[in-house]
Design a protein around this ligand. Structure first.
Ligand code: ATP
Ligand code: MG
Length: 255
């Protein structure tokens, strides 16, 4: 029997007032994988992440993490169990240095020596942390700040990292760095649930893709399967002419 996924959402409904935004979301995230959630604006992608990290509590349904129901726990309790949320907006303290921001990620640890050791180890994977260690975080570029946010998210040694639109607003080079960092996280044994507007890059970096439409999961498949799905290409991969052309060629070859 396959092991239980690290994270399982079953029939999750949630909203911000009387109405429901999530209308019964079922989602499984297997340990060590990168799962990419795509879908139109307003579909509820960020809301899904909030129900997992605890910024929002489901109205019904369950959020199981490592075999435990966490759906009604406070954000801090979920963080201490290993769920970290990197929101879409810039979240560093701009007046503090890069290094101070990194240390803030370990707020619940009291042993300064352990914190320092962990920060040094993480800095090895995120060169910007070392090279701009004493710079004010607000003086870094968007892409550099995103790298520091990713580094900071690791300070409590999370099992599951929720990333909301990590590549938004970044130039192509920074975008590539972010996706490389995401792969590195997964290769290091962490699990990543990623929301991406750059659906093509997100699905390329992902083991599994999930399409959310109007508060429900409309489609699930391997990253490759979704990249090659004509409907997904038409709706979500933008500038799809290149893909369509490839598909025409494949179809021609098969005929
Ligand atoms: N704090 C809030 N209060 C009230 N309504 C909200 C709040 N946050 C989101 N919503 C509404 O919930 C719906 C889903 O929002 P959500 O942010 O989850 O979508 P999304 O799929 O992440 O969209 P996007 O791609 O634009 O980021 C939207 O209609 C939005 O207006
Ligand atoms: Mg969003």
């Amino acid at each position: 029997m396959a092991p239980e996924p690290l994270l399982t959402l079953s029939g999750v409904t949630a909203g911000y007032g009387a109405g429901l935004i999530l209308k019964g979301v079922d989602l499984e995230v297997e340990a060590g994988k990168v799962v990419c959630l795509i879908g139109p604006n307003g579909a509820g992608k960020s809301t899904v992440l909030k129900t997992i990290s605890g910024l929002l509590r489901p109205k019904s349904g369950t959020v199981r993490f490592r075999g435990e129901e966490i759906g009604q726990l406070r954000p801090r309790e979920r963080l201490l169990r290993g769920v970290v949320h990197v929101p879409q907006d810039r979240s560093l303290f701009p007046e503090m240095t890069v290094w101070e921001n990194l240390i803030m990620g370990a707020f619940s640890l009291s042993d300064g020596a352990v914190v320092k050791q962990r920060a040094e180890a993480i800095a090895e994977d995120f060169p910007i942390v070392t090279s701009r260690r004493n710079a004010q975080a607000g003086s870094l570029s968007g892409g550099e700040q995103k790298q520091v946010e990713l580094a900071r998210s690791l300070m409590l040694d999370p099992a599951l990292i929720l990333l909301d639109e990590p590549s938004i607003g970044l130039d192509p080079k920074s975008r590539v760095s972010v996706f490389e960092s995401i792969r590195t996280l997964a290769d290091g044994g962490r699990t990543v649930l990623l929301v991406e507007q750059n659906a093509r890059s997100g699905l390329q970096a992902a083991d599994k893709g999930v399409v959310l439409e109007a508060g429900r999961v409309a489609l699930t498949g391997t990253g490759d399967a979704l990249l090659n799905d004509p409907e997904v290409a038409r709706l979500y991969l933008g500038a799809a002419s290149h893909v369509s052309l490839e598909q025409v060629e494949v179809a021609d070859g098969a005929a």
